[in-house]
Write a protein that binds this ligand. Structure first.
Ligand SMILES: [Zn+2]
Length: 320
């Protein structure tokens, strides 16, 4: 089992202290940080945010490390059967696909900041969060007592979470799937209106596809006081970045619906139905595909069309 710990104690300096433990049967182990992330389809250079990268053996002794590419490290694991990797991740960027820490929240997109090894890539991952007791956690990770789990490293890299004292949420059910709608930030959701509308576009999409690919789905809304409008899709969740906060349930409400319907459609188109070049994802280098017009073009078209067909948008709103 792979074990991760995220520590929010350095929120003043905005460093997340990350510890990752991997078993290792080889003399040399490569530790890799993703070079890119799905959803943006461009190189990330996340390694620039990594500081104080250190590796320890099972006796807690420092092990020699050599950096072999901008996001890959070679570890001498000849005399140990586990390696513990420790580093700080500088987390100052807040958007739909980033990782951010301050005194109000620990927001992690593991694809930015979580290392993996080839040998343990398919092992279950256990996550420990050292965060203030009052904080809640919004995520599709599975709760296991005080800890969280995901089935393997590929799922970890596709599973963002927000730990914060400012989370609000409601749920609704469609066809046996529970949908969680989370808001983080200064916002007063009009829950009745939102649940009615989200349920409507969810029902009409599932009707067309006949079933939903996952048992539980999370809309993670990061609401900011300034202007923002985008989302990033994942298999079991989406992060929607939207602002200014005062407008989210006023003049930006149609944007909230638009981006949420779009991201839900991605659960099928691009997460479940994916260009062959990206199946499976190769996180060591960027993945090329000619099918952007299907992944994004069709999703953009259908996301809004479902809002028209389920009565959320009238023709003027749709054409706009
Ligand atoms: Zn999209």
């Amino acid at each position: 089992m792979v074990k991760f710990t995220f520590d929010s104690a350095n929120s003043n300096q905005q460093y997340i202290h990350i510890t990752a433990t991997f078993s290792s049967s080889k003399d040399e182990t490569f530790v890799q940080l993703p070079a890119w992330r799905p959803g943006r389809y461009e190189l990330g250079n996340f390694a620039k945010n990594v500081r104080n990268f250190k590796v320890f053996d099972s006796n807690n002794q420092l092990v020699s490390v050599e950096k072999v590419t901008k996001d890959r490290w070679s570890i001498d694991s000849s005399k140990t059967d586990t390696i513990r990797v420790e580093y700080n991740y500088y987390a100052t960027e807040l958007n739909g696909g980033s990782t951010f820490l301050d005194e109000t929240q620990l927001y992690v997109n593991p694809v930015n900041c979580c290392v993996f090894t080839e040998e343990t890539y398919h092992e279950e991952v256990e996550i420990t969060l050292n965060i203030p007791e009052a904080w809640e956690v919004a995520s599709s990770m599975t709760k296991a007592g005080e800890k969280w789990t995901v089935s393997n490293s590929e799922e970890l890299l596709d599973t963002p979470f927000i730990a914060s004292g400012g989370l609000q949420h409601r749920t609704y059910e469609v066809g046996g799937t529970t949908f969680y709608v989370w808001f983080n930030g200064e916002v007063k959701p009009d829950w009745d209106r939102l649940i009615k509308d989200f349920k409507a576009f969810t029902i009409s999409q599932i009707e067309k596809f006949t079933e939903f690919p996952v048992k539980e789905y999370h809309f993670l809304n990061q609401i900011v006081p300034y202007k923002g409008y985008h989302g990033v899709e994942h298999q079991k969740s989406t992060v929607v970045f939207l602002g200014p906060s005062y407008a989210v349930f006023e003049e930006y409400y149609s944007e909230l619906l638009g981006v949420s319907s779009h991201e839900l459609y991605h659960t099928w188109n691009v997460k479940a139905i994916r260009p062959i070049e990206m199946y499976p994802y190769d996180f060591t280098k960027e993945n090329y595909s000619q099918l952007g017009y299907i992944c994004e073009g069709v999703t953009t078209y259908q996301g809004d069309l479902f809002l028209l067909k389920s009565g959320m948008f009238d023709l003027d709103q749709y054409l706009n």
